[in-house]
Design a protein around this ligand. Structure first.
Ligand SMILES: [Zn+2]
Length: 182
């Protein structure tokens, strides 16, 4: 991986909020969150979420993950369900200015595919696309390969830290990561 990607990855590793994703002794699953999702004491892919919040609000998930996993370093991004996306679970569309700087991204997740799968798949797909967005804004994207070493390293760190199973491979066409220069 290139030297430039080290600082951002270490920021995530050093994020103290990451501890919120792990089971704690005082965890009380009998009091599920209501107004907002509270991850304190629960892994973000804990099976209990399938019952507590089976159909998560994507924008809420994005905001929470941005704050707790990405240290709030991502801007506001529109995250929507796509009813037409049937060959991929997620897509990240970046937009660039004249200088090639990433100025905005949009994330879409496939409703037809993900509504038939566990909530966990939605969470992991969203995180996959958020890594693309993060790398686009922070300019740590791999040259010529959206899922190159930098991306893989990022996935590994999140999976190790969060207990998730975010996938890297695009060979199964699970993910479409489209670049759309303006
Ligand atoms: Zn991807």
């Amino acid at each position: 991986m290139s030297e430039g990607s080290h600082p951002t990855l270490y920021i995530i590793l050093d994020n103290p909020d990451i501890s919120y994703f792990y089971l704690e002794e005082e965890n009380d699953i009998s009091s599920p969150p209501t107004d907002q999702l509270t991850y304190s004491g629960l892994s973000i892919v804990d099976p209990i979420w399938e019952t507590i919040d089976p159909n998560p609000n994507l924008q809420t998930l994005y905001n929470d993950f941005n704050e707790r996993i990405f240290s709030g370093m991502l801007p506001e991004i529109e995250v929507k369900w796509s009813n037409r996306m049937t060959r991929a679970t997620g897509a990240c569309y970046p937009f660039f200015d004249e200088e090639g700087n990433c100025v905005q991204c949009r994330i879409y997740l496939s409703k037809p595919i993900l509504e038939l799968r566990p909530r966990r798949d939605t969470v992991e797909t969203l995180l996959h696309e958020m890594i693309h967005a993060f790398q686009c804004f922070r300019k740590t994207k791999d040259e010529g390969d959206d899922h190159g070493p930098n991306f893989q390293n990022f996935v590994e760190i999140l999976n190790d830290s969060l207990g998730t199973n975010i996938t890297v491979s695009a060979s199964l066409e699970v993910y479409v990561c489209v670049q759309q220069p303006s």
